[in-house]
Design a protein around this ligand. Structure first.
Ligand code: AMP
Ligand code: ZN
Length: 148
């Protein structure tokens, strides 16, 4: 009895601690599923930047892009490609952005690696992010750090 109780408690704690996207993968939270296979899930973003905004994620919980192994990455990126084509073929979008945030400073709200595929329509009002200029010597300094 005691063992069973502990097991139930430990499962409950695991579910509470699970990230929201893991819960969607485990079908504990509903979503509008677009595509699924054994490695990858794609579903509609609940607050789309534009209608048809889709999230593509690995079924294994990785937090950031640099964490994923090569096998899961190839499945993930091939699905991103498929979804881009799907948006063009089925929704007739004019274009789309592929976007992925790493860490809260970069806008990551859900710590489970995912790509955003955002349909773009003429006149949708979304701009390009602003560019900055390098100060003299700054680009050279960055190259030096990156290469050492
Ligand atoms: P990010 O800021 O890159 O972590 O993106 C998280 C995205 O997940 C946001 O665009 C949210 O709108 C979306 N999101 C959060 N919860 C859900 C949910 N339950 N179903 C679908 N999309 C969600
Ligand atoms: Zn997760």
């Amino acid at each position: 009895m005691r063992l069973d109780g502990n097991r139930i408690r430990s499962r409950r704690i695991k579910l509470i601690n699970m990230c929201i996207f893991c819960k969607i993968i485990n079908q504990e939270i509903p979503c509008y599923r677009v595509y699924e296979d054994d490695k990858v899930l794609a579903f509609l973003d609940i607050e789309p930047v534009n209608p048809g905004h889709i999230l593509v994620l690995p079924k294994i919980h990785y937090q950031n892009f640099e964490d994923i192994n090569e096998t899961d990455l190839s499945a993930l990126i091939l699905t991103v490609k498929k979804i881009g084509k799907l948006l063009k073929d089925k929704l007739g979008v004019d274009g789309y952005n592929v976007h992925e945030n790493n860490n809260p400073i970069a806008g990551q709200e859900i710590p489970h690696l995912h790509f955003h595929i955002i349909p773009r329509y003429a006149g949708d009002g979304l701009g390009h992010w602003p560019g900055k200029s390098y100060q003299p010597g700054e680009a050279e300094e960055i190259i030096k750090k990156l290469k050492n």
